[in-house]
Design a protein around this ligand. Structure first.
Ligand code: XMP
Length: 520
């Protein structure tokens, strides 16, 4: 459990729904501090220690009619806490409080549904203004008999008890998922619930910053911390926050593997060393990485070489820092939630991602992870709070293996140079047209093929390149960005005119899936 004990806290008991994280998102948007914990770890003792102001039961894939299916600790209903049950959470509440849930024909409902209003209820303030409300359902079972004290406040065709409540005890339970986009008015239910539970909305970035600094000082004492800096948003924000907490006790290591974009190394070094006065090791290891990659064309081999060397280099420099006991990482909340997995099984490796996993154990370092409680957009808000320039905070993601995976096939210095120039022109175009912030990620890939062209009166035989620009929410799925023909034409002309070595420009219109965002 974290120590945000000066705030009102809300406990989300996770019964394994795919969308539990979205409940947390909705609450954070209301400036409410919440934590998600899997139902297995939530005992009555745990709840007493955490002392939340309210509790939400998430949805989940199981059926409460099955023996041994997940439950909440029975004492939780006697603690005087407001409780909101969602989907499976509703069924858990009904079952544990003496109602009845059934499974069978006519009890399931998936996708969009409409809830008709029942009696008025403070939880439903702002609902049903225009009659029925659209909601998103995803349930196999449904409540057939209410627990004593509960009443019905909304019904849908597949859920006679779509909205139920016992306002005297501040217990509410809904069959649908108010946290998802397809329940357009869902955020209002959470807003009403936290208001009824008496939350003051005190979870702000300013408060978070103060608390995080106190925590870092307490954890680190007078020891030294090392931090791998990539120039990406997460590691930059983590570094600035830690630096604010412990100043010179922090040393950052920036590994230049020769696969960075134009001007990137200088930008990062200037930003952190000159502007923030941070102790920063600029490990220029271009020769090492490019030498090891020479002649390699298989994507996975390239990734593995880079990943291994990165760890070697980082370790070498970290070893030189006397008394380093901590490693700082920009781990975010979605990475740490212990989700309840019912299906189990590791997912297939599509690409081996590059990180420094395993390093802390190998080097005997303890972790400092000041962003563990934040979502990506909250990290950006914290970055703004810390005064990082928008140009850093709003940056598109850049992969650890860098330009290596944007240069399909063999990597040569010549190709990397051409790629850097073309990429710079492309990004300049995107910025000039005011499109940068609409796009999740944009880059050029240089293709392992030369094509014939004609420039002036002469024949050319140069590289072709592909422009990529995608929209996405989390990088898991993506769609290509619909540039205008004018933009594409102007950009192709500029690249061919300004970058020697490219005579053909294509635009990649593959979505993910079936494609991936990067080319390798
Ligand atoms: P793909 O190509 O898998 O990329 O669709 C999804 C997102 O992940 C980034 N990416 C990486 N990020 N290390 C990283 O830190 C990696 O090895 C890596 N490979 C891909 C990619 O840029 C996109 O944002």
């Amino acid at each position: 459990m974290t120590d945000a004990h000066t705030h009102d806290r809300l406990l989300i008991i996770d019964f394994g729904s795919q969308v539990t994280q979205l409940i947390a998102r909705r609450l954070r948007e209301l400036n409410v501090y919440c934590e998600i914990h899997p139902y297995q770890s939530v005992t009555a003792q745990f709840v007493r220690e955490m002392a939340p102001r309210a509790v939400i039961f998430s949805g989940g894939p199981d059926s409460v009619t099955r023996d041994g299916s997940p439950r909440a600790p029975q004492e939780i209903f006697e603690m005087g806490l407001p409780i909101l049950g969602i989907c499976y959470g509703q069924q858990v509440m009904m079952t544990q409080l003496g109602g009845k849930v059934v499974t069978g024909e006519g009890t399931a409902e998936f996708g969009r549904a409409y809830v008709e209003p029942g009696a008025p209820l403070p939880l439903l303030e702002g609902w049903f203004a225009e009659g029925r409300e659209q909601v998103w359902m995803s349930h196999g079972d449904h409540v057939a008999e209410l627990a004593p004290g509960f009443q019905v406040y909304g019904t849908s065709p597949g859920a006679p008890f779509a909205i139920t409540g016992d306002p005297a005890r501040n217990f509410y339970a809904v069959q649908f998922h108010p946290e998802v986009h397809h329940t357009p008015n869902g955020a209002k239910l959470y807003e009403n619930f936290v208001r009824l539970a008496g939350f003051s909305g005190d979870w702000t970035m300013g408060a978070y910053r103060e608390e995080a600094i106190r925590k870092i000082r307490h954890q680190v004492g007078d020891k030294r911390v090392i931090c791998g800096l990539s120039g990406g948003v997460d590691s930059s924000v983590a570094a600035v926050l830690i630096h604010e907490a412990i100043g010179d006790q922090l040393t950052c290591v920036f590994v230049d593997h020769g696969l960075l974009r134009q001007g990137e190394a200088e930008e990062v070094v200037t930003m952190f060393r000159d502007n923030y006065n941070m102790s920063l090791i600029h490990a220029d290891e271009q020769e090492l990485f490019l030498g090891a990659l020479d002649g390699q064309s298989d994507p996975e081999t390239k990734r593995k070489i880079i990943g291994k060397l990165f760890i070697d280099v980082f370790q070498k420099h970290a070893n030189e820092i006397d008394g380093a006991e901590f490693l700082a990482q920009g781990t975010l909340y979605p990475d740490v939630i212990e989700s309840v997995s019912f299906s189990g099984g590791p997912s297939v490796t599509i690409k081996s991602h590059h990180n420094v996993g395993g390093l802390p154990e190998k080097m005997g370092l303890k972790l400092v992870e000041p962003l563990r409680e934040l979502f990506k957009d909250e990290v950006r808000a914290l970055g703004r709070e810390l005064g990082l320039p928008q140009s850093f905070i709003g940056r598109h993601p850049f992969p650890g293996p860098g330009l290596a995976i944007r240069c399909p096939g063999e990597i040569t210095r010549e190709k990397l140079d051409i790629l850097r120039k073309a990429d710079a022109v492309y990004i300049d175009q995107i910025r000039k047209h005011g499109l940068y912030d609409e796009i999740w990620q944009a880059f050029v890939a240089i293709l392992p093929v030369r094509t014939v062209g004609v420039m002036g009166d002469g024949r050319t035989y140069d590289y072709a390149c592909a422009l990529r620009a995608v929209t996405s929410v989390d990088g898991m799925t993506a769609d290509y960005y619909p540039f205008s023909h004018e933009f594409l034409g102007e950009t192709a002309t500029r690249i061919i005119n300004e970058v020697r070595g490219i005579n053909r420009v294509t635009y990649d219109i593959t979505s993910k899936p079936p494609g991936t965002i990067e080319w390798e």
